[in-house]
Design a protein. Structure first.
Ligand SMILES: *Cc1c(COP(=O)(O)O)cnc(C)c1O
Length: 391
């Protein structure tokens, strides 16, 4: 027999999302995508240089309020380079949330550094700065301007806050801990394009921030990512490192370091320009969808729909249902029941410290992250479900 709560949730989602099959998150191409792609083909600028690359960088900087944006092949590459230009060295440790997509930890590993896992906050789903401060006071110390892990003897160089499903993390608290322990802040804003924290766009609080334009993100370039920074020297070195470190010259192929081919092709940037034009519409639709779910779930006891943290604007990229502790046992039944009827829902990620490559990494107590992992369910979240014409 199905638990009544499972039935209530299936009913609430069907009321909002309509007839199945309903994907978790479908991209939408309702603007200048075709025209801009055709322009690439007509001009033969399809590859790694072209006017849309420069334009997409300018427009991303203008939209987010960052002084500079550097576009790259994907969000993981953006994080990798963001960590490198922020001074992360082989052998360092980097604080990352245990509750994140694997790219955050992978980017640290790509630098030959070690991810060091941090607990989450129940309210924001991001790093919990109070718990982190207590942990660092007991396990780390600042010596010669570096934060040393007393247990491993390694330098903890940086911290990577991530804005989970678009919900801004407690940036003030995180910046305060980072300042007190000499940690460089690299913001993983892959999921939060359009989200602001106290009036400023997410991704511009640290030395560098990064975005992703993968197919499931709020805007997509097929695959793509960007670095955001206010530091012109950092922007230049990110551009250099992502474009094979080639020295400018009319014909010579001279490269001054081992670097990467992380350039975003003009074709993808063209898609990005067209998508960015529609971002305000997507944001409005996602907000309307959030309100519809809130209404549909208002009488359902035992779950809450994650809302906007105080002083923040959320892009509502993925609508997030959180089960109360006492009904957490129903997590998998709810996932099964919704997916069985073609309403695509997904759990949060398996926490990083439970994945084989990261099992032995240093970590604090991850009580909240582990609990959230058992209680989060993402609901069908395509912008179209919140459009004026939708039911
Ligand atoms: C999507 C995402 C990334 C980057 O992913 P790519 O697929 O490489 O663009 C990084 N961090 C988080 C939290 C993400 O959700």
């Amino acid at each position: 027999m199905t638990h009544p709560l499972v039935e209530q949730i299936v009913a609430a989602i069907s009321r909002v999302a309509g007839s199945p099959p309903v994907p978790l998150h479908a991209p939408r191409f309702g603007g200048n995508e075709l025209a801009y792609l055709k322009e690439c083909l007509d001009t033969t600028f399809v590859s790694s240089v072209g006017p849309f690359v420069d334009r997409f960088e300018r427009e991303l900087a203008a939209y987010t309020g960052a002084k500079h944006a550097v576009v790259v092949v994907n969000g993981t590459a953006a994080l990798h380079i963001g960590l490198l230009v922020s001074g992360v060295l082989p052998g360092d440790e980097v604080l990352v949330p245990a509750l994140t997509f694997v790219a955050t930890a992978n980017a640290v590993a790509h630098c030959n550094a070690t991810p060091h896992f941090v607990d989450s906050c129940e309210k924001t789903l991001g790093i919990d700065p109070q718990a982190l401060r207590t942990y660092l006071e007991r396990n780390a110390e600042v010596r010669n301007g570096c934060c040393l892990n007393r247990n491993t003897g390694r330098v903890i160089r940086a911290i990577v806050p991530m804005h989970t499903f678009g919900h801004p993390a407690d940036m003030q608290g995180i910046l305060d801990v980072a300042a007190d322990f000499n940690l460089t802040v690299v913001e993983d804003a892959a999921e939060s394009l359009g989200s602001t924290y106290h009036g400023r766009h997410t991704g511009i609080f640290g030395r560098v921030g990064t975005l992703s334009f993968n197919g499931n993100k709020i805007i997509t370039t097929g695959g793509g990512g960007a670095l955001l920074t206010n530091d012109v020297a950092l922007a230049r070195s990110a551009k250099h490192l992502t474009t094979t470190a080639k020295l400018p010259h009319r014909w010579e192929y001279r490269h001054d370091e081992v670097a990467y081919n992380y350039r975003l092709p003009n074709l993808n940037a063209a898609l990005g320009c067209a998508q960015l034009e529609q971002l305000p519409v997507f944001l409005a639709e996602k907000r309307r969808l959030y309100k519809k779910y809130r209404e549909a779930l208002s009488g359902v006891v035992g779950v809450r729909l994650l809302g906007e943290p105080e002083g923040c604007v959320c892009n509502f990229w993925l609508q997030t249902l959180i089960l109360d502790d006492d009904v957490a046992v129903l997590h998998d039944s709810i996932l099964a029941a919704t997916n069985d009827v073609g309403l695509m829902t997904r759990p949060a990620w398996v926490t990083m410290h439970r994945l084989p490559p990261y099992r032995d990494c240093p970590r604090m107590t991850l009580r909240v992250a582990e609990s959230l992992e058992r209680r989060i369910i993402n609901l069908p979240s395509s912008a179209i479900l919140g459009s004026e014409g939708a039911l």
